[in-house]
Design a protein around this ligand. Structure first.
Ligand code: GDP
Ligand code: MG
Length: 140
């Protein structure tokens, strides 16, 4: 175990905002001991989302994902804490909400609409490089 105070980008995706789960998700982040550094409600446009999800361009779920992410506001949160990048992804659970562990955000609340995008409620940066890049996009 190491000490590494990091910052990560957490998004409460439009499904989470629409289902009034933003507070529950913030509660879990705070209960874990992480700090909220900045927060904003963003209506994401295609340009922002194309940059955010550039790694997924061309995949079958890409277009539905970009559409879904424009379907309503997203809560963008700058979260700080020791090893928070990895730690938040554990809180979130694995990508597929069907198999995400109970006790995780996606395992407890996420829904899988099959061919449509997985409405898995949250995004968390997956590395220090991603966090820096994504925080720059959402908090420029
Ligand atoms: P994450 O880092 O756990 O969010 O997962 P990825 O970066 O791999 O994918 C980004 C987002 O695209 C996910 O959170 C899902 O909303 C969606 N997604 C990823 N893989 C699939 C898939 O195989 N099918 C569908 N329908 N959506 C997916
Ligand atoms: Mg990802």
């Amino acid at each position: 175990m190491t000490t590494a105070i990091e910052e990560t980008l957490v998004l409460v995706k439009p499904d989470g905002v629409a289902r009034n789960l933003s507070g529950e998700i913030l509660r879990r982040i705070e209960a874990k001991g992480y700090s909220l550094v900045d927060i904003r409600l963003v209506q994401a446009d295609r340009e922002l989302l194309a940059k955010h999800y550039a790694e997924h361009e061309g995949k079958p779920f890409y277009e539905p994902l970009i559409e879904f992410m424009q379907s309503g506001p997203t809560v963008a949160i700058r979260v700080a804490g020791n090893r928070v990048i990895e730690g938040f992804r554990v809180l979130a659970g694995t990508t597929d909400p069907t198999t995400a562990a109970p006790g995780t955000i996606r395992g407890d609340f996420g829904r899988d609409w099959g061919l449509r995008v997985q409405q898995n409620l949250v995004h968390g940066s997956d590395s220090a490089e991603s966090a820096e890049r994504e925080l720059g996009l959402w908090f420029s």
